[in-house]
Design a protein around this ligand. Structure first.
Ligand code: ARG
Length: 313
């Protein structure tokens, strides 16, 4: 009997530690809005032709500032990494770069800033074609993930038919006739993903690493200053989780009829992201597709609780 009691306490400690680990990894699962707000329910529709967004709807969105002024958008991959577009960082010193996060209002006084430690541009970035327009920013200190700072999920799924309900966000210009007008409140716009061959027909020089998206009515698009921001969608069978499918890259004008916006196709770069982040000593793992991470599936957690119950009884 005594032996069994001893074994029970031996077993309890690792179990409690396992459960603690499981819960802390569940706390800020990627692509989940913790506020219960959803783009589906907001009045459907700057960015062009968009409307103000709440950071709780897009908690992965960050602003990238250069010398204190807005440069580009970005998205949180995890507490150390921000994803953005390479073309944003032409002749930019990374010591002058800062990330603002956890807010949808650029004019907020108490805005949180985070310094950038290292900038990784894609080695094959082509500044003429804008091929491989992707960049990684490693932060000096980790982000404090919270309800308004949540990583976005990524997915290897490159089939456009897998996605629905796609949105772009940014602090870019809202009015093409006056590019000095930049909003202080984050803007969002709903867009549809277009088939690659159709886009290639509408836009010249589209590479296979790009995808394009637009709205059925002209006047809804990303624009100057939105670059680097995330194009996010739900999977057809999982409407609760948001995935980054694209990065705002370029366009011919903004919101013009039959000229959709062009985005870097994130699924083409997951290997590059994995390699770079591992090399930098802060590996990013991208298979976090569900609410319960791989090692600790929801069922496994329930099972652990059950075993704990039996042991303590
Ligand atoms: N290159 C622009 C930037 O640096 C983004 C342009 C996006 N244009 C568009 N029509 N979707 O902010």
């Amino acid at each position: 009997m005594k032996r069994w009691k001893g074994r029970r306490t031996d077993l309890l400690l690792p179990l409690v530690l396992l459960l603690f680990g499981a819960h802390s990894s569940l706390a800020w699962v990627c692509g989940r809005q913790m506020s219960g707000r959803s783009q589906e329910h907001s009045n459907a529709s700057a960015i062009i032709g968009g409307k103000p967004a709440n950071i709780l709807e897009f908690p992965w969105h960050v602003g990238i500032m250069n010398h204190g002024s807005h440069l580009c958008g970005g998205s949180i991959l995890n507490e150390w990494w921000v994803l953005s577009a390479s073309h944003c960082f032409d002749q930019v010193e990374n010591s002058k770069l800062e990330i603002i996060h956890g807010t949808d209002d650029l004019s907020t006084k108490s805005i949180k800033h985070q310094k950038v430690d290292k900038l990784f541009l894609h080695p094959k970035f082509d500044d003429w074609l804008l091929d491989n327009d992707i960049a990684l920013l490693l932060l000096k200190s980790p982000l404090n993930l919270s309800i308004n700072r949540i990583p976005i999920c990524t997915s290897e799924d490159s089939d456009l038919k897998a996605w629905r309900n796609c949105w772009v966000t940014g602090w870019g210009v809202t009015n093409t006739s006056d590019e000095r007008v930049q909003p202080t409140s984050l803007q969002k716009v709903k867009v549809d993903l277009y088939r690659w061959d159709w886009c290639g027909y509408l836009l010249p020089l589209l590479t296979k690493n790009m995808l394009c998206a637009g709205a059925p009515d002209p006047g809804k698009d990303a624009c100057q200053g939105d670059s680097g921001g995330a194009l996010v969608c739900n999977k057809k069978r999982n409407t609760a989780t948001w995935y980054q499918v694209g990065i705002v890259s370029w366009g011919m004008g903004c919101g013009k009829k039959n000229l959709p916006g062009v985005y870097t196709k994130v699924s083409s770069y997951l290997r590059w992201i994995t390699k770079q982040t591992a090399k930098a000593g802060r590996p990013y793992v991208y298979e976090q597709n569900s609410a319960c991470p791989l090692v600790f599936s929801c069922r496994a957690i329930l099972f652990l609780y059950f075993v704990m119950f039996l042991l303590t009884w």
